[in-house]
Structures are given as C-alpha cells and as structure tokens.
Write a protein of this length. Structure first.
Length: 170
C-alpha cells in the first residue's frame, strides 16, 4: 500500500462517525474549553477515558498544568457550542458566557447543561500522538440523565467533515 497524504488520511478518517464532546478545565480563575471528537472510553476497571488535544492549543497547556478536567457529551441541540469551542483564537474571558453550564462538583470545570452525559476526570498519563497529545484520565465521577431525559435528543456526531445527528436510543 502506498503512503498516504494528510489530505487522503483526513478524508478516509471522515468516514468514521465520532461523537462530539466539549472538554473543559479551570486553571485558577480562567476557564479553558475545546471541542473534541477524539474522546473515548479506555477501561471499565479502573474507569478510564482519553482525549486527544492539539499540541499548539492553550487548552493543552491548561489541562496539563491543572490535571483535572470534564468532558460534556453533546446532544443534537448543541452544534453552536461545538462550533464555538472549536474556534481557534477566541477570547478566553467570557467564552462560556453564552453557553449554559454549571461547575462539576469534583473538578470545578464547566459542564454544559445540555450534555447527554458528563465525565469528570483526573489526568493519569499523557502520550505522544504526533501533532496531538493523548491525555488519559481516571474518571472521578459521571453525570447521567434520567432515561426519559436521555430521549430528548440524540447525540451530535461528526461525519464526513460536518456535524450531524442520529436519533435518540429507545
């Protein structure tokens, strides 16, 4: 098989549907947030998840310094938040002002009110991932809505370079 270009790789990877999360941390009094499609569970015992963060982001520096973070799994109504937190160079001050959120009880990180579920985590390892860093977190706690609330909207996913949705599970 011949080697691939970054463009070919991106196009091929676009056929892998991925759930969308907003990952947040709080460094001092400053909130940091980013949209991530590269978030997944790793282990049930102990409960572990991972997220991949671009090396050249303010978020990565903040999460490595703080060591605690939260991941909000976005629902179909949260595309505006996904786009906003994926915007490079946005102001840190007030970036959460237009997005309904609360503070995670275990980490103090912002958790989006519209989230289908939330994982609060403590970083236990990082790994080189090329132009990204793989951040592995031990799950300190989760928030899961009641079943009837979970059916309100399906998840927001990224497929073939765009945001889309799938129906709620029944």
């Amino acid at each position: 098989m011949p080697s691939t270009t970054p463009q070919e790789f991106r196009r091929a990877a676009g056929f892998l549907a991925a759930g969308i999360t907003v990952v947040t941390t709080r460094l001092g009094e400053v909130d940091h947030a980013m949209t991530a499609s590269s978030f997944t569970t790793v282990s049930l015992e102990p409960p572990l998840v991972l997220v991949c963060a671009e090396r050249e982001t303010r978020f990565l520096d903040a999460v490595l310094t703080c060591g605690q973070w939260a991941a909000s799994v976005l629902d179909a109504t949260s595309q505006d938040a996904a786009v906003w937190f994926a915007t490079k160079g946005r102001r840190l001050e007030g970036q959460l002002d237009t997005v309904a959120h609360t503070r995670g009880p275990l980490t103090g990180a912002a958790v989006l009110s519209s989230a289908l579920s939330v994982f609060e985590c403590s970083t236990i390892a990082t790994y080189d991932g090329g132009d990204h860093v793989i951040v592995v977190g031990r799950v300190l706690g989760v928030e899961v809505p009641a079943l009837e609330e979970a059916d309100r909207a399906g998840p927001l996913v990224h497929f073939r370079g765009r945001y889309t949705t799938v129906g709620p599970s029944h």
